[in-house]
Design a protein around this ligand. Structure first.
Ligand SMILES: O=P(O)(O)OC[C@H]1O[C@H](OP(=O)(O)OP(=O)(O)O)[C@H](O)[C@@H]1O
Ligand code: HPA
Length: 180
């Protein structure tokens, strides 16, 4: 039989319960920051696909202000654990004059959120704030900072709760480190 590469193993890092608690806190803080959001002028949530899809679904349900949901897809980690150095963006956003909240799963080198911020700014929203579940400050290469951060994490490759390695492990209900 040919030797096959062993499958990397997820090592639990942040439990589903700890994530849920933090998401509730973030939802409350973000809701307080948009007292002017109304049914006529809702907060324009922009979730970054694919990695933020679970976080965005949970965070939106923790918001108590009127909001809409749009998606932008951003891809730079084709396979493996390092950024390709270029970000493919795909979107059809309607954000002109609106207060925008970008929901990201992780800010690592900072390149993805930098490119998304530039693309959105060109569409002339009233304001842009960034919310990320995970922030990996030790890996930062590009100038990028988030307004709302769930967890500051060490410079390790993380998976689960929507976040993948080679399209795997998004289904985990918890966050894990990739070992092996
Ligand atoms: O700060 P950076 O170094 O740019 O990395 C962060 C980005 O990388 C991941 O996306 P990925 O390209 O893997 O696409 P995916 O969300 O579809 O998995 C993650 O979801 C972030 O969007
Ligand atoms: O730590 C990570 N895990 C998965 N995808 C990522 N994209 C950037 N950083 C990461």
């Amino acid at each position: 039989m040919p030797a096959s590469t062993p499958e990397p193993r997820p090592t639990p890092f942040i439990t589903a319960e700890a994530i849920a608690k933090r998401v509730a806190e973030m939802g409350s803080a973000i809701s307080k920051a948009y007292p002017e959001a109304t049914a006529e002028n809702p907060l324009a949530v922009v979730a970054v696909l694919k990695g933020a899809f679970i976080f965005a679904a949970d965070l939106m349900r923790a918001l108590t202000v009127p909001c809409t949901l749009q998606f932008i897809s951003a891809s730079s980690y084709k396979s493996g654990t390092t950024s390709s150095g270029s970000v493919e963006l795909n979107h059809d956003l309607d954000v002109r004059g609106k207060d925008v909240l970008i929901i990201e799963d992780i800010v690592d080198t900072g390149l993805t959120i930098l490119r998304i911020s530039e693309a959105l700014a060109a569409l002339k929203p009233a304001s842009i704030r960034i919310c990320t579940l995970l922030d990996k400050p030790a890996a930062r290469i590009h100038p990028a900072r988030a307004d709302y951060i769930g967890f500051k994490v060490p410079d390790r490759f993380l998976i689960g709760y929507g976040i993948d390695w080679n399209e795997r492990f998004r289904e985990l209900s918890y966050l894990a480190m990739l070992e092996g």
